[in-house]
Design a protein around this ligand. Structure first.
Ligand code: SAH
Length: 215
């Protein structure tokens, strides 16, 4: 088990208090964040900053999302134990670990090989492995494992990918940041086969959701 000492745990507790102050109310989300050693998901140059509520660079020109953003998106998903959750944009794997900690059955896709490899190793090391992890194009979803109770996209999509809507259960929820330069957080609920309800939340800043996997 990699190092997670009392200092890390103390700083993590303070981060959780900050998230609560910023308006995160779902105790299950806060408890999950309190359990995940975020410093192990970051480049060694940034480990000192792991428990600030900030985004930092990871490999392949991508970023590990702000803890607040992870908490906000996860809160919107209303995760229940054993739900099937599809995540697009594994990145560092931190959001994946939070979903696993909440008892979800997680399927996750990443288009950057380097990040796919990195996140696979760390998630196994700390024992927060998703049910299925793949290197591929999230625009396609995972039709062979669909439908999903919840879908979370962690990259900014220019528009809502219709293929992903098809992979939601009836009653299922997708949380996705939509927009080019900056994004609105959108929640979509599938009410019936062809009927969707959409809600819009605040502005966020994500790296772009790009098509095809990067070789
Ligand atoms: N939740 C991650 C966020 C990483 S940033 C974290 O906190 O670490 C978003 C990630 O989405 C990047 O790693 C990027 O490579 C990935 N991504 C972008 N477009 C994608 C696509 N079409 N399919 C899969 N992953 C994608």
């Amino acid at each position: 088990m990699p190092v997670d000492d009392f200092k890390h745990r103390g700083r993590r507790k303070m981060l959780v208090d900050t998230l609560r102050m910023k308006g995160i109310e779902d105790e299950n989300v806060l408890e999950a964040i309190n359990r995940i050693p975020r410093h192990l998901f970051m480049d060694s140059a940034f480990v000192e900053f792991a428990y600030r509520d900030e985004a930092f660079p990871i490999a392949a020109g991508q970023t590990i999302s702000h803890p607040y953003t992870v908490a906000f998106q996860t809160q919107l998903l209303h995760i229940q134990r054993d739900e099937k959750v599809l995540e697009i944009g594994t990145g560092s794997g931190f959001q994946t670990a939070v979903l696993v900690a909440m008892g979800a059955e997680v399927f996750t896709i990443e288009r950057q090989k380097e990040l796919f490899d990195f996140s696979k190793v760390i998630l196994r090391k700390i024992n927060f492995e998703p049910r299925y992890q793949t290197y591929g194009d999230g625009y396609k979803g995972l039709p062979s494992f669909a439908p999903f109770d919840k879908i979370i996209v962690t990259a900014g999509a220019p528009e809502i990918p219709t293929e992903l809507l098809k992979q939601l259960t009836i009653g299922g929820v997708m949380v996705i940041p939509v927009g080019e330069k900056s994004q609105k957080m959108i929640t979509i609920i599938r009410l019936k086969e062809d009927s969707f309800e959409k809600y819009e939340f605040g502005d966020f800043q994500f790296v772009p959701m790009l098509e095809h996997r990067n070789k």
